[in-house]
Structures are given as C-alpha cells and as structure tokens.
Design a binder for this molecule. Structure first.
Ligand code: SMG
Ligand code: MG
Length: 368
C-alpha cells in the first residue's frame, strides 16, 4: 500500500444533550479525522482527543500538529505500509496515543477496504451484535436524572452508567436504585474526581450493588486504587490509568482493578486495545468498551472491538441517536438493546458526503 494523500479534517456535530462530567461539559463533538488515500483504497481514522485537554493531556489541535510534524514523515517512510507497522514506526515519539491511534485506524481501514475484510473479522470479533450501555452526564436535578434513566431503559439500554463527582454521587445512585430496582445493571464513573481521602464516600456506594466504580482516583495513582479496592466491596474499574497492555496487566496484578475499560485511543490504537483485551482475558478480568462520544467512524471500530470474546460487560457503545440528531455516517441503530457489528470491508461505514460537507469546520491537505 502506498499513500497518495493525507488530509486532516475537523468536524463539529452538535450533541442532542450536553454531556457533563467531573471535568467539564461538552455540547458538541469536535472531532479530528484522518483521511488517507492510498493506491489500494481510502481509509478513515477518528481521533478521540477532545477540544480541550481535560480528560487527558491530548487535545484535538495538538493531535493535528503532532500528526503533521512528527507522525506523517514516519508513516510515509514505512515500506511496506500496513497497520501493524504504524505503532512501531511512531514509538520513538513520546505520548500522543490518541493521535497515533487515529493514524493506525486510518491505515487499517484502507488496508481492510483493499482486501475486502471487515474490521470485526480482522480484530477477532466473536459475535455479530454487542450489548449497549449508556453513559449519563452529571445532572443538577435528580428528577431530570431519573427521567433520563427512564427514557434510556425504555429505549432498551442494557446498562446504565452515571457520571459522578464529589457531592453528586451517593444520592444519585440511591435515587436510581429506589426508582428502578436492583436488577438494573448500574455503574458509576468519577473520571478521577476523588482522592485517597474519599474512601468513606466511595464505600458508601457499596450497599447499592454497582457493577463497578470507574476511575475514582488520579490516573497515575495505581497504588491508591489498589488500597481502595481492598477497602470497598464494589469492583474497581480503571479507564484513564490504563495506557497500555502492560499497564493493564500490572494494575490487575497489583490488585488495583478487577475490571478494565478498553478505549483504543487511550492506548494508542486498536491493535494495542486488542492486546489489553488479551492480557485481561488471561487474568480472567472482564473488559468493556469505553466511548469518547465518537462519530459513526469511531463507533464502527468500537463495536467491532466490543465483539471480542472477553468483552463480557455492556460498553459505552450507544446508538448514534443517543449523541446526535444526525451522525456523520449512516446511523448506528439499537435493536433490542444491541448494535450490529458492521460487516462491510474496513470500518463498513464512511462519512456521508453531504453530512461531511455540512459538519466540516476545517480541512487541510498535509500530503499529496
Ligand atoms: O461515548 O458514550 C460515550 C461517552 C462515554 O462516559 C463516557 N466517556 O471517562 O468514560 C469516560 C468518558 C470520557 C469522555 S467524556 C467527554
Ligand atoms: Mg471513564
């Protein structure tokens, strides 16, 4: 495969409802896209870095710069070019996993479109559908939260995740349990908003039978998570902390988590994400697929990843309609609480030209 042109695009798609986490509020999905044209096929990559470096150190403008200045020359020098060669070629540059992952995704998409294989088949999908969970942003008003949960459960979502922060935690969980009962699969995500001093608050969640508490402490506080895990009964799940398969294995071996959230962008791409899945499977630790409010492009890859055998918990792989009135690609539609793994070559979906035109806020040819 030889690269003929590389284009970086920014698309801005309004969210149907603002998404508030412990670190900020999103009202649009502002995504950096990588569009490759090779002699064999074209490929699309979606970078999950947000507009501001709040979830992690990466941000969309920075990702575009590092791709153009440092990654593109390395990618153009790869011969022969295939997805497996991307991460090794970029490895000498520190950090920037989301930017690296977006490039690898674009190369992989082109490679698979050329060979006619689907992302799911390539990555090892073991089923044709994945269970959908939904992540609900922090609400000021508990009545509004209960209405949202009610609506998502009626839609068929199989698992509810509540975003929490100090002061917006136990009462929200209690209200959801009291209204919807103990059978609802329920979990919480703190996005690192608590400290080692908050053990008592987190232990107060124990009576509610949550599936897991996601990333209560700082990303680099593996020891703190291991201590916390010994003092609460709810399983600890790590998200931000897990930046590689090696870190996933270490965190599990140290007792810092019993469940892992897998996000390809956070670990540098779908190939490393598959390795995270593998090390967790070896240790009998279940995983689930995280989400970064992806457009249909990233969603297609996530749904394929979530079909691997050890993804035994529903992920943050919701339907397009949970995020957007109109998606960039054909929408992912939930049927009976599940999404179908796309079957076409590569991602199996592509931007609809008119939607791409309307959502694009900037585009720049960086090669060819
Ligand atoms: O894609 O449904 C989604 C969002 C899921 O909660 C979600 N993501 O920490 O897991 C997480 C957050 C990170 C993104 S916040 C913009
Ligand atoms: Mg999370």
């Amino acid at each position: 495969m030889k690269i003929q042109s590389v284009e970086l695009l920014r698309v801005e798609i309004p969210l149907v409802t603002p998404f508030r986490t412990s670190f900020g509020t999103d009202t649009v999905r502002d995504a950096l896209l990588v569009h490759l044209v090779t002699d064999a096929a074209e490929g699309w990559g979606e970078c999950v870095a947000d507009r501001e470096p709040l979830y992690s150190a990466e941000w969309a403008d920075g990702a575009a710069m590092v791709i153009e200045r440092f990654f593109l020359p390395r990618i153009l020098a790869i011969d022969p070019l295939d997805a497996e060669a991307v991460a090794p070629a970029l490895a000498d540059v520190e950090g920037h996993p989301m930017a690296k992952g977006a490039l690898e995704m674009a190369v992989l998409d082109a490679q698979l479109r050329a060979s006619g294989e689907s992302f799911g088949s390539y990555i090892g999908a073991a089923r044709a559908h994945v269970d959908c969970g939904v992540s609900i942003g922090i609400q000021d008003d508990l009545g509004r939260l209960l209405d949202l949960v009610d609506g998502y459960l009626s839609d068929g979502y199989r698992r509810i995740k509540l975003k929490i922060e100090p002061g917006n935690d136990v009462a929200a969980v209690r209200a959801v349990r009291e209204r919807f009962g103990d059978d609802v699969l329920l979990q919480v995500d703190a996005n690192a908003a608590y400290t080692r001093a908050d053990g008592a608050t987190l232990a107060a969640l124990d009576p509610f039978g949550l599936l897991l508490i996601e990333q209560p402490l700082a990303p680099d506080d593996i020891v703190g998570h291991a201590r916390l895990a010994r003092s609460v009964t709810t399983p600890i799940c790590l998200d931000e902390s897990i930046t590689s398969a090696r870190l996933a294995a270490d965190a599990i071996d140290l007792g810092a988590c019993a469940i892992v959230n897998v996000k390809a962008g956070r670990v540098g791409g779908y190939l490393e994400a598959r390795r995270v899945h593998d090390v967790c499977a070896t240790r009998n630790v279940p995983v689930w697929c995280g989400g970064m409010l992806e457009t249909g492009l990233g969603r297609a890859a996530n749904v394929a990843l979530a079909a691997l055998p050890n993804f035994t918990l529903p992920g943050d792989t919701s339907a397009s309609a949970r995020y957007f009135a109109e998606d960039l690609t054909e929408p992912f539609i939930m049927v009976d609480g599940r999404l179908a793994v796309p079957e076409g070559p590569g991602l199996g979906v592509a931007p609809r030209p008119d939607a791409l035109e309307r959502f694009t806020t900037a585009r720049r040819h960086i090669h060819g």
